[in-house]
Design a protein. Structure first.
Length: 365
């Protein structure tokens, strides 16, 4: 296997693992009895579950460097810009469609969301890759995180005064969402995938781009892994330092959160590279590649099939509720029963991704 293919295998493995855990986390058997390790931090703080979505955006950045870099050899920047824009619009519209599914109540439309944020990050990072230099990208990324920290921590919020990062309603992200974000918001008056927090999320994708540049270098695998370890260490240090100014917070995608999770994502990628490239265990991890090869499809399918496995529309009962309560009556903890149902549902999604992978069929949005 060529070194280029090994790199792609490691990235696909990490992408697949990320989608796998996104599906597990997003689809517990019971929303009121979530298996504790799969819970998000309610506000300030961080849990392992909070790493998952940022890691996917990190991979988006890596993939931009690997894929667009190759396409630039045969296509113009104008052609690629058109392709990027169309794909971003498709991803955004699919995300909006999933919110409307299955009753299509347009009065309850949510314009922000997971796929919508992926679309914005993909679009912004792709444009930066095509039209700016590495140095300019560094400056833009640092400027965004610095400006975001200063705004969120020190600039008075209209009608509120000094920001209070202990209270969700007393910060600039909440103010801008409440004033300018139309439609339904996840938290009523603000959205964790809202307007302002999308900017540091773009930097998460940019961190992935910088890692992607390292993956494309011609130095040995050992040297690349050492360089990536150094990048991870710097991100850890900066994230730890800035958390005392701007606390770790996924909902706000705080500066410290962006840096720390960037380091964590880089470290996880190093582990995948070690397993796939050094230990040559990529075949043992192929179950993850089934998800990674059709990542957006798997995520979309997990949302569409909820009408069968989480609603009473088809069966007259809610299968997830019946499953959890039945196991609970046998003495199994409701939290563990909720986890088992999430794993069962993830297996359901795995079946078509496995079939598509075996048929060498890849759905591109």
């Amino acid at each position: 296997m060529s070194l280029s293919n090994q790199r792609i295998t490691a990235v696909d493995t990490l992408r697949g693992l990320t989608i796998l855990f996104m599906i597990i986390v997003n689809n517990p058997g019971s929303g009121t009895h979530i298996y504790a390790p799969l819970s998000h931090a309610e506000w300030n703080g961080i849990t392992p579950t909070d790493y998952i979505f940022p890691t996917f955006l990190f991979i988006v950045g890596i993939s931009i460097v690997l894929s667009l870099g190759k396409r630039l050899e045969s296509k113009s920047k104008a052609e690629l810009t058109k392709h990027v824009f169309i794909r971003a619009v498709k991803i955004y519209l699919v995300g909006t469609f999933l919110w409307l599914w299955y009753d299509f109540d347009f009065s309850e439309i949510r314009w922000a969301g997971v796929l919508q944020r992926i679309a914005w990050v993909y679009l912004a990072c792709s444009i930066l890759y095509l039209y700016t230099s590495k140095k300019q990208q560094w400056l833009i990324g640092i400027s965004i995180l610095t400006a975001y920290l200063l705004l969120m921590c020190f600039i008075p919020v209209p009608g509120i005064g000094a920001p209070d990062l202990l209270i969700p309603e007393k910060n600039w992200a909440h103010f801008i969402d409440r004033m300018y974000l139309p439609g339904v918001m996840w938290q009523g008056t603000w959205d964790p995938e809202g307007i302002l927090s999308t900017f540091p999320a773009i930097v998460t994708g940019m961190i992935g781009m910088w890692v992607g540049y390292e993956l494309k270098t011609s130095v040995s695998l050992d040297k690349r892994m050492i360089r990536l370890t150094m990048i991870a260490a710097v991100l850890f240090i900066l994230g730890d330092f800035t958390q005392y100014i701007f606390p770790l917070n996924k909902n706000l995608w705080s500066t410290s959160f962006t840096l720390l999770v960037g380091g964590i994502s880089t470290l996880i990628l190093i582990v995948c590279m070690y397993l796939c490239d050094v230990m040559e265990q990529h075949k043992r991890l192929r179950f993850a590649n089934y998800f990674g090869a059709n990542a957006i499809f798997a995520y979309v399918l997990s949302s569409l099939l909820r009408v069968i496995f989480y609603e009473d529309v088809i069966w007259g009962i809610m299968p997830n509720t019946s499953f959890v309560s039945s196991l609970g009556s046998l003495g199994i903890s409701l939290q563990f029963a909720s986890l088992l149902y999430a794993l069962f549902y993830t297996f359901i999604i795995w079946i078509p991704t496995y079939y598509l992978f075996k048929k060498n069929f890849f759905i591109k949005i």
